[in-house]
Design a protein around this ligand. Structure first.
Ligand SMILES: Cc1cc2nc3c(=O)[nH]c(=O)nc-3n(C[C@H](O)[C@H](O)[C@H](O)COP(=O)(O)OP(=O)(O)OC[C@H]3O[C@@H](n4cnc5c(N)ncnc54)[C@H](O)[C@@H]3O)c2cc1C
Ligand code: SF4
Length: 472
């Protein structure tokens, strides 16, 4: 422990955010970077618990948090970096956009505010980049294995990085123009600036990973083609099949899936061509976002920056309590009201509201019809006589994802799916097709970046186990 009793001396202090009026004028990161002296001081709040719930219960990657905090609290940044990289391939992503499950499980959180674990992680990795410590690590020896990874989101990148470091030759294929998956094309720049992804991809390229972009597997290249060239294939194509809404008026012009809207803005901001079809822009429009989660709040922040006349976010569930609900005691992930940085920028949130239809004129959306609800599933009920309408020029459907998009690739390989529609895998992350593995959202269902990285690491380990056992 860097400073016994440090938690008594220092209060939790976050670096904070840029002022709302300033940040609404641009797409730059809203959260301020952690100054090194602050990160060091905050690391001294860590109690080096005998049973560190942050590590064992909270963090899916099992980051060795107490030891990283201890080293950070002593200013031993280089050693803290080595320890962090031992379990997390990309702390510069999780340090920015992870919901920090570790902090929800931090023992200090029982009767005080938890340690700023995510910010300390970010300080460690950014200090390393600043100091030039993040140099290409070329594997000392190459194994006789060639691997193909389909998908360059956090899961695919974690598989590729781990296999490459183990000595395999890895090629990552992706249908998009640039690598990153949802990190690049879903999550807005104001949460994750894209130079951070480019910096990592440059490093991986220098370390020997090859990227073949605009190569949609199943369309541009067949799985069979890959199977003849690679010893193993990992499918990390994500889970992007959006949940739809089946109510009258769904076909009206002006109703879009949230991810399509977010992808367009990310392409526009990068100066990349926007796919053919209607341009999705919120300027001057009354925007309704259906869905109260992260994707919905990203739509809210994007629509505000685009100059929407109004933005309303609807959630079918009741408003959660302001404090941790007793049904989710520590160290569980707390059921409680969450306010993202976008919620602090404007718009309004309506709870316990169900959309029952849309209407408009000449095929164009004008109104959203809804009704109040009471209770929560499976006892969710509509409240009789509580119907009301909201003027709407644009509706964004952000109600989650139902699994991987079924495409020719899945057909060609006769892939089995689990009951939730995700790719079925065994303990080594292998699908029912021999030599074909799956990682990330494609296997887990839509989840989090930290879980995608963790699953990517497990998948890489599974691939190596299989190949080594076949060689023996
Ligand atoms: C709007 C939004 C905001 C989010 N915000 C957060 C957040 O703040 N924090 C957090 O932890 N999580 C967040 N998430 C969840 C997180 O982004 C995902 O869980 C994570 O990106 C999943 O990683 P993945 O690599 O499995 O898939 P993806 O990131 O979806 O990447 C899949 C890649 O595979 C490619 N691909 C698919 N099929 C093929 C094919 N046939 N051929 C070639 N390439 C193919 C795609 O082009 C894509 O690049 C968010 C999700 C969304 C939608
Ligand atoms: S649970 Fe919190 S206080 Fe305890 S070791 Fe982890 S970060 Fe430190």
């Amino acid at each position: 422990m860097g400073k016994p009793g440090g938690f008594l001396e220092f209060r939790r202090q976050d670096p904070g955010y840029r002022p709302v009026q300033e940040r609404l004028q641009d797409y730059g990161a809203v959260e301020l970077p952690p100054p090194m002296p602050l990160a060091r001081e905050q690391a001294q709040r860590c109690m080096d618990c005998g049973i560190p719930f942050c590590h064992g219960h909270g963090c899916p990657l099992c980051n060795i948090i107490p030891e990283v905090n201890d080293l950070a609290s002593r200013g031993r940044w280089r050693q803290a970096l080595d320890l962090l990289l031992a379990t997390n391939n990309f702390p510069e992503f999780t340090g920015r956009i992870c919901p920090a499950l570790c902090e929800a499980a931090c023992v200090l959180g029982i009767n005080d505010e938890p340690v700023t674990i995510r910010q300390i992680e970010l300080a460690v990795i950014e200090h390393a980049f600043d100091k030039g410590w993040m140099r290409p690590r070329t594997p000392p020896r190459r194994l006789p294995f060639r691997m193909a990874v389909i998908g360059s989101g956090p899961a695919g990148l974690a598989v590729a990085d781990t296999l490459n470091q183990a000595g395999c030759r890895v090629t990552v294929y992706d249908g998009d123009l640039r690598p990153g998956g949802i990190l690049r094309y879903g999550i807005p720049d104001f949460k994750l600036e894209k130079w951070i992804i480019d910096r990592r991809i440059d490093l991986m390229r220098e370390e020997g990973v090859e990227f073949e972009m605009q190569a949609a597997i199943g369309e541009d290249l067949s799985a069979r083609f890959l199977q003849t060239r690679f010893q193993a294939i990992c499918l990390a194509g994500g889970a992007r099949q959006p949940r739809n809404i089946a109510v009258p008026g769904r076909g009206l012009d002006g109703i879009h899936f949230a991810l399509d809207f977010l992808i367009q803005q990310n392409l526009r901001f990068a100066g990349d061509p926007i796919p053919e079809g209607p341009e999705l822009h919120a300027s001057g429009k009354n925007v309704i976002v259906i869905g109260g989660g992260d994707t919905g709040s990203d739509c809210l922040g994007t629509a505000l920056r685009q100059g929407a006349a109004s933005v309303t976010q609807l959630e079918i569930m009741p408003e959660p309590p302001a404090q941790r609900d007793p049904t989710t005691p520590w160290p569980l992930w707390p059921h409680m009201l969450r306010e993202s940085s976008s919620h602090k920028e404007g718009g309004r949130r309506l709870w316990s509201v169900q959309t029952v239809g849309f209407s408009g004129k000449q095929g164009r959306l004008q109104m959203l019809h809804c009704v109040r609800t009471s209770g929560r599933p499976p006892e969710l009920q509509t409240v009789p006589g509580s119907e009301f309408d909201l003027p709407a020029d644009m509706v964004l459907l952000a109600m989650g994802f139902t699994g991987p998009i079924r495409n020719k690739l899945a057909e060609e390989l006769h892939l089995a799916h689990d009951t939730r529609g995700n790719l079925l895998t065994d303990a080594d992350c292998m699908t029912n097709a021999p030599g074909v593995f799956a990682a990330g959202d494609a296997a887990l269902g839509a989840s989090l970046v930290v879980r995608a990285i963790d699953n990517g690491r497990r998948c890489a380990a599974g691939i190596l186990r299989r190949l080594e056992s076949e060689k023996a």
